[in-house]
Design a protein around this ligand. Sequence first.
Ligand SMILES: [Fe+2]
Ligand SMILES: [Fe+2]
Length: 323
Amino acid sequence: MTISLTNFDHLTEEERYARFMDKINAGEKIEADDWMPEDYRIALVKLISMHGISEIMGALPEKEWVPKAPSIRRKLGIMAKVQDEMGHGQLLLRVVEDLLKPLGKNRENIMDDLFSGDLKFHNVFHMEAPTWADAGIIAWLVDGAAIITQTNMLNASYGPYARALQRICAEEVFHAQHGESIILALAEGTEEQKQLLQDALNRWWPSLLMFFGPKSAATTGSSKQDITIKYKIRTKTNEQLRQDFFTKYVPRILALGLKLPDETMYYDEANEEWIYQQPDWNEFKKIIKNEGPKSQERLQLRKAAYENNAWVREALSKKVVAS
Ligand SMILES: [Fe+2]
Ligand SMILES: [Fe+2]
């Protein structure tokens, strides 16, 4: 039996909330027109708009490598990936649009928030990608990290997000394979290519650790994490996801003959956890405040594209009258 969250004007706020929690705890999906508590809606808007806009901003560092890809095959691969990421952004912003409607906001407001700095995008996409090995590391490990966080939300309580993630995750797997193929070619290449790869890994390591966000939730009671876990949007904390990333990728990095950028890192068998050096979290705060090495340049690029394409949005929003 499904629990209805519509047409229940006769219920008090507490009764509505209780029924909402019953629905979530029964594993049923919340849909766009269902009643939902304000903090659930706000948490979803924050999470999904940040995810969606990061997909779009994430296309920018890789786009730089489309004209410079080393072969036509690689060019086709990276072009397809860039196109997929923009598609992911579109899917997610559509999901956010429905959540924003009752708040009197729309998709344009999301873009305005990005340009004003109110809406943050993922720390990794503020960084430079100076070599082809960086393009490989982004696809292999940044997409690999994204797969870990996103598969954790495949069963999210909010139906439209969970369904969008099904498709996104399937495509992210292709992206990671494309990255792995670039990485393998470099790892089996000349000494110079191997060095290029090691340098890129060293450069990306702190950003990859930061990708999962600071360790907090249960330990420090970070409300953002607690809310997403309480409402079953996700199940694992930032730190659990980072540990999953280490477990999956540290052996692979070593198998390629690469050195771990953190020489002190080890697996503590007794406590079943990776012990590692923390990245500079003050730097993380700066980066996501749009003070990273490429933040302003990429925001300007996005702004120029948004302004140049205003006519397309305008044309699509008008009814076409056949003459
Ligand atoms: Fe994506
Ligand atoms: Fe991707």
